[in-house]
Ligand binder design. Structure first.
Ligand code: ADP
Ligand code: MG
Length: 467
């Protein structure tokens, strides 16, 4: 009897503690934190901050939205993100909640809705808040791959709207575009305290267009961007491709700012003519100013970035380890930083000294994936797809221009990116003589310097291969 009572009691307590951890508010708080790390601040403020959790019912967390539009929007755009976040938060609760449901709260009126959460741009502190404090000129490592973009950004920060307008910063993922565009913002504020700067991604801009239309606030929207703005920093402009209304608004914003001699900077992971779905008139305007590209950093720059980063983190990074990381992670500064942080974090947790062996061990998985990632076959496939030919064409002896060019580009890229020997490449390209490969590589090397179109094709292919 006594035993049974005890058992029941234990059960009850455990049930109680379990249900108390399922309090919708507490759960919402951790869910919100998980969401925050998955979306940018603006998306979070616009769509998630205004939500209210109400209860948990039938394994579902019930969340209230202001209106049907918000409900549908979150359902359409962020359902997976919320489920992922829920999954992460709910580790222990997985069995209790496996879904969420959005309910519309009719009591709230539209003017209580997301619009009120928009960031204001009047005070300097507010502007600084939009800019990322970590991204300064002073901690940007300059090397041959990025010095042009760096110099152009500096010039714009010192003489906004006089040096280059617009400035179009272009480069692959994780190469420092966001860093540089933020640095310009900080640089300008240091020189001109009252400058009204708007920094945002073009996705945020699109959200504001949507909100403006939805709440009949387009006039406010126009004032904000066309009148009350001295400098517009728009990150990831390639994302407005195909969004007609957003492009339309951006076009008029651009014209208004440009005509009143206000600086515009945009970043993009593609060149204007490579962004499909971008209107011609926008393309032309981006070409009015300066297009500055950022290339993947050379090994020396990668080492320098690692050293700078380690210094900022207060960690000791032996030269050999910096070299090891820089040799193995080549294409993307974000990944390079990620690897370094991982090694530093591990070493500070375990108290082990950072050595090459230690780094190799900590990064084993990442490095293994990386090495298998780029192969001759992989390059052949990507190049063939890019030029709409078959991989078999690349290996065939046909000399028609339609296949000869893609074939030479593929050979050249294999040699450049993988450093595979000429005889082996000959083998892999359908049993050709090594001199064929050699002359293709020489020819491409020369052409790449002279022929702009080819250069941008090769760059685009490199980006695709390295992603
Ligand atoms: P992008 O916007 O081009 O995708 P980011 O600007 O976000 O790339 O850069 C990714 C990370 O790499 C950031 O943490 C950034 O500070 C860092 N980074 C990139 N280039 C450099 C550089 N030259 N010096 C120092 N840090 C860099
Ligand atoms: Mg970026």
């Amino acid at each position: 009897m006594i035993n049974e009572a005890l058992a029941v009691n234990e059960k009850t307590t455990s049930v109680v503690s379990e249900t108390s951890s399922l309090d919708p508010n507490t759960l919402w708080q951790s869910l919100a934190a998980a969401l925050k790390s998955r979306v940018n601040e603006y998306v979070f403020q616009t769509w998630f901050a205004p939500l209210h959790p109400t209860c948990i019912r039938d394994h579902q967390l019930i969340i209230q939205t202001h209106d049907r539009f918000t409900k549908d929007w979150i359902d359409d755009h962020y359902r997976d993100v919320v489920l992922e976040a829920l999954n992460e938060t709910g580790l222990g609760l997985k069995h209790e909640i496996d879904e969420f449901e959005l309910e519309v709260n009719d009591a709230l009126r539209p003017h209580d809705a997301p619009g009120t959460h928009q960031v204001t741009v009047s005070a300097q502190s507010a502007q600084k808040k939009q800019l990322n404090d970590k991204y300064l000129f002073s901690n940007f490592v300059v090397g041959p791959s990025n010095q042009f973009a760096f110099a152009a950004s500096r010039a714009v920060a010192d003489r906004p709207a006089q040096a280059y307008n617009p400035l179009f910063l272009f480069g692959g993922v994780g190469l420092g575009k966001t860093h540089l565009i933020n640095a310009v913002g900080h640089g300008v504020l240091a020189n001109f305290q009252n400058y009204r700067i708007i920094y945002m991604s073009s996705e945020q801009f699109m959200n504001e267009v949507i909100n403006g239309i939805r709440y009949g606030k387009m006039e406010e929207f126009h004032n904000k961007y066309r009148k009350n703005c001295d400098m517009l920093l728009m990150d990831d402009i390639q994302l407005i491709a195909g969004k007609d209304r957003t492009q339309e608004e951006f076009f008029h914003t651009f014209n208004a700012l440009y005509e009143s001699k206000k600086q515009i900077i945009v970043t993009s992971d593609k060149l204007p003519h490579e962004i499909s779905g971008l209107e011609e008139r926008m393309r032309t305007r981006f070409q009015w100013g300066l297009i500055a590209d950022i290339q993947p950093p050379e090994i020396e720059t990668r080492v320098a970035i690692l050293k700078k980063k380690a210094e900022l983190e207060g960690a000791e990074l032996p030269d050999g380890v910096a070299m090891f990381l820089a040799e193995n992670i080549r294409s993307n500064v974000r990944e390079l930083e990620g690897a370094l942080i991982r090694v530093i974090a591990h070493s500070s947790l375990t108290g082990q000294r950072i050595s090459i062996d230690y780094a190799r061990e900590v990064l084993a998985e990442i490095l293994a994936n990386r090495q298998n990632l780029v192969t001759v076959e992989g390059i052949q496939k990507i190049v063939a797809a890019y030029y709409s030919v078959r991989v078999a064409d690349l290996k065939s002896p046909r000399r028609h221009k339609v296949v000869a060019k893609p074939r030479q580009v593929a050979m050249y890229l294999c040699r450049k990116l993988l450093n595979t020997s000429y005889p082996e490449l000959g083998e892999r390209f359908g049993g050709k003589d090594h001199t064929t490969i050699l002359s293709a590589c020489r020819k491409m090397e020369l052409l790449e310097q002279k022929d702009n179109a080819l250069r941008s094709e090769v760059q685009e292919l490199k980006r695709r291969i390295q992603e």
